[in-house]
Ligand binder design. Structure first.
Ligand code: MLT
Length: 317
């Protein structure tokens, strides 16, 4: 009877009177939150007009929110939007209370997002060369904002410190939304953050912008004049953030299919694409929107980042 009931429940998914909650494992107002809210908007119609809301469960570099979903009812009504952290947490955070590769159903990937190296508006450096000089003169006194160990800004900050051979003081926030407020206020000096969060601040000249982390320059008007870190002398420096959609392990297969179909419809939604591209993000248009490819991609990212992080010699307990 239970199986039949469960089956029936899956058959009428999503029920009109229920709410689908997308958990964002970082504070509101940051890049992950931005992607999730745009996606929730774009998935509503393909899911028959059901209410799709975003709930921020921040902390511990994104692992608290991810764990909340890993332990949620596997009924399709609690989902997770997370980023490259699913590829780096297994290496960076020794005691995460879940397994990235076996405690989630993979529902497809959403986008790829470049990162930018930015500084407080009062930083006395107006290009990357001057920033390098400032870093050399201020060793031991530099505060680097991030969203906690395991976050995208933490990963990029780690790679950057290694590339410029300078340890900086990490200042963790519950997301780079709140971190950005302190950077603009001058409380922290620099940060590596996703264009979904930095483009508007760079346009408004609220922060100083030094470089992008992609191998090629960006075409977004506000970012197109920024050099890449590679052309600025940091050989091989490359980090691009990506986002995926997840459900708890054991979510019924036909519920997963409906969610993946709605995701694919959202990825083709001109309004969603316009919003994301306006912030420098590139919406997935390849097979990574298929769950099997999504799962393969994350496994490859775990394998890719593990030696790079270990070479950087920083772990978190
Ligand atoms: C990160 O650094 O992981 C993200 O920017 C965190 C966030 O979305 O706030």
């Amino acid at each position: 009877v239970v199986a039949a009931a469960f089956g029936a429940q899956a058959a009428d998914f999503p029920a009109k009177d229920k709410v689908i909650t997308i958990i964002v494992p970082f504070a509101a107002g940051g890049p992950t939150d931005r992607v999730a809210r745009d996606l929730a908007e774009a998935m509503r119609k393909p899911l028959g007009g059901v209410s799709v809301v975003v709930d921020n469960a921040a902390g511990a570099g994104g692992s608290i929110g991810a764990n909340k979903v890993a332990k949620a009812n596997a009924d399709g009504y609690t989902l997770l939007v997370h980023h490259i952290g699913m590829g780096t947490m297994p290496t960076l955070v020794r005691n995460i209370p879940f397994k990235v590769e076996s405690d989630f159903e993979y529902l497809g990937m959403i986008n790829d997002v470049p990162m930018t190296l930015i500084g407080r508006p009062t930083l006395p450096a107006n290009n990357f060369k001057e920033l390098q000089g400032w870093i050399a003169q201020n060793k031991g006194k530099i505060n680097l904002g991030n969203a906690g160990v395991g976050s995208a800004s933490h990963l990029c900050g780690l790679l950057f410190q290694n590339a410029v051979k300078t340890d900086m003081t990490p200042v963790p926030y519950k997301g780079t939304g709140p971190a950005m407020t302190d950077l603009i206020g001058g409380q922290i000096d620099i940060m590596c953050d996703q264009t979904t969060n930095t483009t508007s601040q760079i346009e408004a000249k609220k922060v100083k912008a030094y470089a992008v982390t992609t191998p090629k320059r960006l075409t977004t008007p506000a970012l197109k004049d920024l050099p890449t870190l590679q052309e600025s002398g940091l050989k091989g420096f490359e980090v691009t953030i990506w986002h995926g959609l997840y459900a708890p392990k054991g979510t019924p297969a036909d519920v997963q299919k409906k969610l993946n179909d709605a995701l694919k419809a959202a990825l083709k939604d001109p309004d969603f694409i316009k919003k994301q591209e306006g912030l420098g993000a590139v919406v997935v248009a390849d097979k990574r929107s298929d769950p099997a490819e999504h799962k393969k991609f994350v496994a490859a990212e775990i394998a890719k980042w593990s030696p790079i992080i270990k070479a950087a010699g920083v772990y978190a307990d």
